[in-house]
Design a protein around this ligand. Structure first.
Ligand code: VGL
Ligand code: ZN
Length: 207
């Protein structure tokens, strides 16, 4: 069974949002098209409490600074995807009625969660792993934001769980805090066994 996953396609990660990904909104149409080709579609939603410790504002520090959070290296972000705010909502044109289940992450203020599966310490699960197992999913097609953070860590965890993982590269956009971050992330994913494909490979296969 194949499944499509949409990672963090939320207002705050799109132009005009709190942590905008360049052209983040431009992948929505491709993802809407892709959803029609899958029987199972899931999504992740970055869903932070206001006092989340990945927010620079909660430390009186600058965005982009790196701190140690309980022994883990943590980049400090602007306040983003705060629970029950417009910024945390899925982008308006996304066809959310096609999404079978949403997995929220980053809900524990003490730890960040880039992957849609586990927190950054691999301690708590969002439930995505057991859900996919229950549905007999053995192959995941990954889309969304941001290529160099949440998309990458979701893909790496998928491989770690023994799933076949495909990154639909034109259905993702990255933050690129440093020039070259997106390329580096894609290379890392490829080297760890993730298939890098394009939406055409999926959309036109059955036509
Ligand atoms: C993300 C930074 C902080 C992402 C989430 O969705 O890639 N990046 N929180
Ligand atoms: Zn976040």
């Amino acid at each position: 069974m194949k499944a499509l996953i949409i990672v963090d396609l939320q207002n705050d990660f799109c132009p005009g949002g709190a942590l905008p990904v360049k052209e983040g909104n431009e992948i929505v149409k491709t993802i809407n098209d892709l959803m029609n080709d899958f029987d199972l579609v899931v999504a992740t939603q970055d869903w932070h409490p206001k006092d989340h410790l990945s927010f620079a504002s909660n430390h009186g520090k600058n965005v982009g600074e790196i701190i140690q959070l309980d022994g883990l290296s943590q980049i400090l972000w602007p306040d983003h995807c705060v629970q029950n705010t417009t910024g945390a909502e899925f982008v308006q044109n996304l066809q959310i009625d096609k999404i079978c289940k949403v997995f929220q992450k980053g809900t524990d203020k003490n730890i960040d969660s880039y992957s849609g599966f586990f927190d950054n310490r691999h301690f708590n699960t969002t439930g995505l792993d057991s859900y996919l197992k229950e549905k007999n999913v053995d192959e995941l097609f990954i889309t969304g934001l941001a290529t160099d953070y949440c998309v990458k860590f979701t893909a790496l965890d998928a491989i770690g769980l023994g799933l076949k993982a495909n990154l639909i590269i034109d259905a993702c956009k990255g933050v690129e805090l440093n020039v070259g971050d997106i390329d580096k992330a894609v290379q890392e994913m490829r080297s760890k066994g993730i298939n890098i494909i394009s939406s055409d490979d999926v959309l036109y296969k059955t036509r």
